[in-house]
Design a protein around this ligand. Structure first.
Ligand code: APR
Length: 299
């Protein structure tokens, strides 16, 4: 006979149904998948919302550009003066070897410390404080999840981040304070071991995804709840993750627009709107609103 669809684990497919499920015994391992949309309220444009000029950078599925800046067309205009052959060259490892200056000009604009985490980032931290957060998969390199207080071992930065850096030749790790100084001085940091170029651990064209992503994917079968926030789910392999959670695991999309295949499974819930607003309503239903605001005010 037709495989019976798993019974609906949510009482209702809305914010209160989601809140009740989060509050229930069944919900122990919450997985997050986030994208540039959780950082737009921090002042970092996303890639594909109209008007962010995000079509500048075609994306090669197996290798990713990792930057929450592609939408900053103004920024790209500046970079154009650095005679890039084409915009995505700034994130190509081959071009970087020849001329690292455009990337470091961009890094100066993007370097962590300019932006504050959003309410949505604080929600991820709150899930950790409630011992519900299993893993947060992020596509962003702005490190705002860490800045919001989410422990590093709970975050998988699928596209890398500015958090660490190393020599692209001998792989020797490079000091964080020294690279920060170089970025703000507008100089290009060189490896103290071999003189090679130093680059933040951001996934460039021509580079593989981090091992942490590969090993993290297998954990998705433990998910009791998947929350997908602020992403268009257009870039693979990241966009393939929602299909890896068990059929009975509710998948909640919190986004301005529909994304991926969320909505097709009986346990899917699609909550369209600004993520900070929806997160606030969800936390209000859970009685967590005060803690959420406290966490955010502490960032
Ligand atoms: N609240 C909710 N959703 C939002 C908000 C917001 N405040 N702001 C934007 N969004 C939504 C947009 O509607 C869009 O669906 O977030 C999504 C952002 O999608 P993209 O711009 O495609 O960003 P993302 O999904 O993170 O891109 C993935 O593409 O260029 C590569 O490697 C790069 O990590 C990036 C990847």
């Amino acid at each position: 006979s037709e495989e019976e669809p798993p019974n609906l684990v949510l009482e209702s497919k809305d914010i209160s149904g989601v809140a009740k499920y989060i509050d229930s015994e069944e919900c122990q391992n919450v997985f997050l998948m986030v994208g540039a949309g959780v950082s737009t309220a921090a002042g970092i444009p996303d890639f594909r919302s109209p008007g962010t000029g995000s079509s500048i950078l075609p994306i090669k599925c197996e290798f990713l550009i990792s930057s929450s800046c592609a939408g900053m067309s103004g920024l790209y205009a500046n970079l154009a003066r650095l005679d890039l052959p084409y915009p995505e060259a700034v994130f190509e490892i081959g071009f970087f070897r020849e001329n690292p200056r455009p990337f470091y000009a961009l890094a100066k604009e993007l370097y962590p410390g300019h932006f504050r985490p959003t309410i949505s980032h604080s929600f991820i931290k709150l899930l950790h404080e409630k011992s519900l957060l299993h893993t947060c998969f992020t596509q962003n390199i702005d490190t705002l999840e860490r800045r919001a207080g989410v422990p590093g071992d709970k975050i998988i930065e699928a596209h890398g981040s500015f958090a660490t850096q190393k020599c692209i030749d001998c792989q020797t790790p490079y000091d964080g304070e020294k690279i920060k100084h170089a970025v703000y001085e507008g100089t290009v940091p060189k490896c103290e071991e071999c003189g090679g170029l130093v680059k933040p651990d951001i996934v460039f064209f021509g580079e593989p995804l981090p091992d942490s992503f590969i090993s993290g994917v297998s954990k998705l079968k433990q998910a009791d709840l998947l929350i997908i926030m602020g992403t268009s789910l257009t870039v693979y392999p990241f966009a393939a993750l929602p299909r890896l959670v068990p059929d009975e695991c509710p998948r909640i999309l919190i986004n301005l627009d529909e994304a991926g295949d969320i909505g097709y499974r009986s346990n899917d819930v699609v909550l369209l709107g600004p993520c900070d607003e929806i997160v606030r309503k969800l936390c209000k239903e859970l009685g967590w609103e005060e803690e959420l605001v406290e966490d955010w005010e502490a960032t």
